[in-house]
Design a protein around this ligand. Structure first.
Ligand SMILES: Nc1ncnc2c1ncn2[C@@H]1O[C@H](COP(=O)(O)OP(=O)(O)OP(=O)(O)O)[C@@H](O)[C@H]1O
Ligand code: SF4
Ligand SMILES: [Mg+2]
Length: 375
């Protein structure tokens, strides 16, 4: 009998998420499938603009709102009509395929506790977002209120979701101190009464992590937790994430374009380009023996010493990624890496590869995986 350990806490299935823009639909997420098991940390790793944050926004149920914003503020009629069509289709339970036109917003499934979050109404979502599924957003500057002490800001997540009045003030105050202690903020009992500007950037980031853990979530999403900080500060932020993992045993989705961050914090990795997962698997396998040409090239853009040694030993020739990522409003008909891949053949330019499991737990999106030299 299953002990529930292998059950996914979240399963993203055939997810699509499109923005509207002046140049047409921005195909930010294209047919993405992966799952996060209980207590597991999955990393989303990839080029800038490959759709990592968009996946987070879709899981949090705020992608459509962000995406609709442009259409409603720009006065762009065509896009407003597309949104009207999307609303109509959603009400009738119809998809882009049923309507025979590509529609903006999220489509597909995000399974969580037996419910499909894509179909959930906003009232139900509010019980989950910021409570069971929490988010440490990309960039701390916009996330903390500069005029308020940090203690009430951290406590707010509990009060917002405490509709039944279960919590006592004293209990919440204790939880605030406990969470600040887990993320190793020095002198939390005194410094909880300071405002965000009185902390360093790395400390602010750890305060956001404390904020995201105080509700004892099922899943925490951390988007680029270490951008724009020096190596020492990065170390402390990653330590804080690992301490939260150890203490709460919650599942994590960690977004980063730094393979070191993923290697240090995650069990699994999804390598993304042009809104697709190119390779998914165990972190060590994918980073040390990447199977996909895109993963190999991305790793070679900033290789670890171990990888350099391995390449020399095997006499392989792999270069970093040449050229630019494809235009997300006008993706090529086949593999999105075909314009930049050293192994591309006609089929790559014409047909979308199948995303398939090449060995247990290891998924690849490539026509030619079996023929490629092994890494
Ligand atoms: N509000 C928006 N309206 C239109 N297009 C958007 C919007 N937000 C993002 N995009 C586009 O969607 C695509 C995916 O963006 P996303 O932010 O998900 O990428 P990312 O992988 O998180 O990148 P980064 O590493 O730079 O944070 C990009 O082409 C981006 O320019
Ligand atoms: S499908 Fe073709 S173009 Fe795409 S990564 Fe594989 S070999 Fe390269
Ligand atoms: Mg991002």
């Amino acid at each position: 009998m299953s002990d529930g350990k292998d059950e996914p806490v979240l399963r993203v299935e055939n997810l699509h998420a499109f923005y509207t823009s002046k140049s047409g639909l921005v195909r930010a997420v294209n047919d993405v499938t992966f799952e996060i098991k209980e207590g597991e940390a999955v990393g989303l790793f990839g080029e800038s603009g490959s759709g990592k944050t968009s996946i987070a926004l879709a899981i949090l149920g705020i992608f459509d709102r962000m995406s609709r914003y442009y259409a409603s503020t720009s006065g762009d009629n065509e896009n407003q009509q597309l949104w009207a069509l999307k609303d109509k289709a959603k009400k009738q339970g119809l998809t882009s395929a049923d309507m025979e036109i590509d529609l903006p917003g999220v489509e597909g499934h995000i399974w969580y506790k037996g419910n499909d979050l894509v179909a959930l109404d906003e009232k139900e979502y509010r019980k989950i977002r910021g409570n069971e599924i929490t988010y440490v957003p990309q960039g701390t500057a916009v996330s903390l209120n500069p005029y308020s002490k940090i203690a009430p800001q951290i406590a707010e997540a509990i009060w917002i979701h405490d509709e039944d009045g279960v919590f006592w003030e004293r209990e919440v105050a204790r939880l605030v101190l406990e969470t600040l202690d887990v993320v190793e903020l020095a002198d939390p009992d005194i410094r909880q009464n300071l405002k965000p500007s009185e902390f360093s950037m790395g400390e602010d980031q750890r305060i956001l992590i404390a904020m995201a853990m105080i509700t004892n979530p099922v899943l925490m999403i951390a988007d680029e937790p270490t951008t724009a900080v020096d190596v020492g500060v990065q170390r402390r932020i990653l330590d804080a994430i690992m301490l939260v993992r150890d203490k709460l045993k919650i599942a994590f989705l960690i977004i980063s374009n730094d393979q070191g961050v993923i290697a240090q914090t995650c069990d699994k990795i999804a390598v993304m380009s042009a809104g697709r997962i190119m390779e998914f698997g165990d972190v060590k396998t994918v980073l040390m023996s990447p199977g996909h040409p895109f993963t190999r090239a991305l790793i070679m853009s900033n290789p670890s010493m171990e990888v350099i040694r391995k390449i020399r030993e095997k006499g392989l020739r792999i270069r970093g990624i040449p050229g630019n990522p494809p235009d997300m409003t006008n993706l090529p008909p086949g593999c999105p890496f075909s314009e930049r891949c050293d192994y591309a053949q006609d089929i790559c330019k014409e047909e979308i590869p199948e995303y398939r499991e090449v060995e247990p737990g290891h998924w690849i999106f490539c026509h030619r995986y079996e023929e490629l030299p092994k890494f």
